[in-house]
Design a protein around this ligand. Structure first.
Ligand code: 5GP
Ligand code: MG
Length: 175
């Protein structure tokens, strides 16, 4: 793919910021006294995580897990691997997984099993975006930012071949 079109804004940085404030009040009600462990899925969730934690005004901890399900293209390989495990002890913690986008749901299905084996006190999911049309396995998202169309998205942490993560808005990349 050599002639790549310019990404087009789908969800602006202002809309994202406003939605994160709404999510933060739901998350605060549930977790304010629980010292939760937020686990972001690398690399895509790093921007969302950074914006989310700065509007959560109570004690919490942050960690990341490196997973890979995608090759260099736009389709999930269906196989998930742990590339970097979280350093934090998960046992007995209230864990909130922070994900950039749910597509087939295979990454989260894998991660749920992986984390449940470590016996957290609770395990919930916060996803910035979800493409329900693409689910191949059932996914339960406890805190969802936006339902998005079945398009390939970049920006706000999301990449195409490692590019575009730094775009401030969530954009559609047309082939
Ligand atoms: P799933 O396992 O749900 O199919 O894939 C989840 C992961 O695939 C996401 O965390 C993200 O890294 C990647 N992904 C899925 N859809 C998109 C998309 O539209 N754009 C980008 N950049 N990555 C995506
Ligand atoms: Mg991801």
């Amino acid at each position: 793919m050599s002639s790549q079109a310019e990404p087009k804004v789908l969800i602006s940085q202002q809309e994202i910021a406003a939605r994160i404030i709404q999510l933060s009040s739901e998350i605060t009600s549930a977790y304010r006294d629980k010292n939760p462990l937020l686990i972001g899925i690398l690399k895509g969730s790093f921007v969302f995580m950074a914006d989310l934690v700065r509007v959560l005004d109570f004690p919490l901890e942050v960690d990341f897990i490196g997973l890979s399900s995608y090759g260099a293209g736009k389709e999930s390989s269906g196989k998930v691997r742990v590339r970097r495990s979280p350093g934090s002890e998960v046992r007995g913690r209230h864990v909130l997984v922070v994900e950039d986008i749910v597509d087939s749901g295979l990454t989260l299905a894998f991660l749920k099993d992986y984390l449940l084996e470590k016996k957290p006190a609770s395990l919930k999911l916060c996803a910035l975006t979800d493409k329900p049309e693409r689910h191949r396995v059932p996914v339960n998202i406890d805190y969802l930012g936006f339902t998005v169309p079945n398009k390939f998205l970049v920006g706000y942490g999301l990449d195409w071949n490692e590019k575009y993560r730094n775009l401030p808005d969530i954009c559609v990349l047309d082939a």
